[in-house]
Design a protein around this ligand. Structure first.
Ligand code: BES
Ligand code: MN
Ligand code: ZN
Length: 494
């Protein structure tokens, strides 16, 4: 889809939708008033007939409006004028797109007189995210089922300035879409080596990428990560991505670690058939970290950052790891594998240990589709955040608020440590069913070696069957990319 900025009141044509924003309580001011005038008062009559008050999420769609050349005139609510900001603009623009995307119109003209370049860019950004669709494998879809809108014109006072501002923001949109594509890909296409290959292509953005195979990991003693991949015909990989953007080349980096289970069958502790296909998304953490590194490189962030991905497939097989096996992690701590389906924490144990040992980062944040229990705890809109460091947790919560990727802090109660005591090893990999996300986090904490750390359990938010936000269509959300880009920009650059 093409998004362009054009001047003033760009003309629509007879297959275009002409959209204007409206503020709560005074829905027919500004561009809406002008459009109302040219339609001979159609808009004010329509507003009077509908429950339209200008709230965010409301749209009023007038077909074949009299007096203007356009297939549709759309009024989209932007909330109260007093609190109108980039976020409101982003949502309003995304709602406008959603309202017409499959209506048959080819062009959406969004008239935004007298908004700043930044606000105009946010409108384009919202539309870009709203228009995401993973359709790589649809070959027979009829044209009339596909989205009809192929072009968006954002009409502003200063199109040059808006385009410049959007250029800076578009990298982040690309990064979110990059992460969404990775999550959407099926596991027969995106297995660990293929994931590693795709990440390797990010060197074109100026990132440094190293890939470790099983031989190297064996030498490093990564018995936990390798155990998970033991039953798969696909080779386990560890990807290390570096962005060196800090003025001081030796500045301590910030580090992000992603769970990249390309398919989670459960292994010998196999999952039920119902919904197992969703486990192609079990690399959502690794996708988010890749997307973040992409975003940092695109905007040449002034920071040193490391991204580490544990890429593996969890399969049942004659060679697979068994319940009751004891594995030795890179840290030297041993783990009794009670349930082979609790594999994410085994992946993270070695990836986090490797990360802190090699890079001595300021902090580590891991992202993982780790537990079904976090969905039970928080539902599908919030991700769980666990941290051993209040300052880092506060920074994350602030970035969460600013970015719209919502986090909720969860506890790490020491009295639950006993839940993972093992009779034969230093610990076991699962505790009781109750508080399952907490036990998982306590397990992971044992591998951060005291460093400031946060664990984001994104099993709830990485994949959404139904959309609740217009910028996040159903399916892969790209959760975490905006959040962490914001965290780095606000707290760790310069
Ligand atoms: N990948 C799953 C968690 C998951 C569940 C992600 C639903 C997305 C949606 C994870 O590896 C897993 O299987 N966790 C088990 C842990 C249990 C065996 C302790 C779970 O949540 O049931
Ligand atoms: Mn599992
Ligand atoms: Zn898993």
């Amino acid at each position: 889809m093409k998004i362009e900025f054009v001047a003033g009141d760009a003309p629509a044509d007879k297959s275009a939708a002409l959209a204007v924003i409206a503020f709560e309580k005074s829905p027919l001011a500004g561009a809406a008033a002008a459009l109302n005038k040219s339609t001979g008062g159609t808009l004010s009559r329509a507003v009077a007939q509908a429950r339209f008050s200008g709230g965010i999420g409301q749209t009023l769609d007038i077909l074949a409006p009299h007096g203007v050349t356009a297939a549709r005139a759309i009024i989209v609510g932007a909330g109260p004028a007093a609190t109108f900001d980039g976020q409101a603009m982003e949502l309003a623009a995304a709602h406008a797109y959603q309202a017409v995307k499959a209506s048959g119109v080819h062009t959406l003209v969004l008239r935004l007189p007298s908004v700043t370049a930044e606000i105009a860019a946010r409108a384009a950004f919202g539309i870009r995210l709203a228009a995401y669709r993973f359709d790589r494998y649809r070959t027979t879809e009829k044209a009339d089922k596909k989205p009809s809108v192929t072009k968006v014109l954002v009409a502003v006072d200063d199109p040059k300035a808006a385009a410049k501002s959007f250029k800076a923001a578009a990298g982040l949109a690309d990064a979110i879409i990059y992460a969404r594509d990775l999550v959407s890909e099926p596991a027969n296409i995106l297995y660990p080596e293929e994931f590693a290959r795709r990440v390797k292509t990010l060197t074109s953005l100026g990132l440094e990428v190293e890939i470790l195979g099983e031989k190297e990991m064996k030498k490093l003693g990564m018995g936990a990560l390798l155990g998970v991949g033991q039953g798969s015909v696909r080779e386990t990989q560890l990807a290390i991505i570096q962005w060196k953007g800090a003025k001081d080349a030796a500045a301590q980096p910030v580090a992000f670690v992603g769970k990249g289970v390309c398919f989670d069958s459960g292994g010998i502790s196999i999952k039920g058939a119902d919904g197992m296909e969703e486990m192609i998304t079990d690399m959502g953490g690794a996708a988010a970290v890749s997307g973040l590194m992409y975003a940092l490189a695109k905007r040449k962030a002034k920071v040193n950052a490391v991204g580490i991905l544990g890429l593996v497939e969890n399969m049942p097989d004659g060679a697979a790891q068994r319940p009751g096996d004891v594995v030795t992690t890179m840290s030297g701590q041993t783990v009794e594998v009670i349930n082979t389906d609790a594999e994410g924490r085994l992946v993270l144990a070695d990836a986090l240990w490797y990360c802190q040992k090699r890079f001595k980062p300021k902090f580590m944040i891991d992202l993982a589709t780790l537990t079904g229990a976090i969905i039970i705890s928080l539902g599908k809109d919030l991700a769980g955040m666990f941290s051993n460091n209040d300052a880092l947790a506060e920074n994350l919560l602030a970035a969460s608020k600013a970015s719209g990727d919502i986090l909720w802090r969860m506890p790490l109660p020491p009295q639950y440590e006993r839940n993972i005591d093992s009779a034969v090893a230093d610990m076991k990999n699962v505790g009781p069913r109750y508080g399952g996300s907490i036990t998982a986090a306590l397990f992971i904490q044992r591998f951060v070696n005291g460093l400031p750390w946060a664990h984001l359990d994104i099993a709830s938010t990485a994949w959404k069957p139904g959309s609740t936000v217009p910028t996040i269509p159903s399916g892969a959300t790209g959760f975490g990319v905006r959040l962490l880009d914001r965290l780095v920009a606000d707290c760790y650059e310069g």
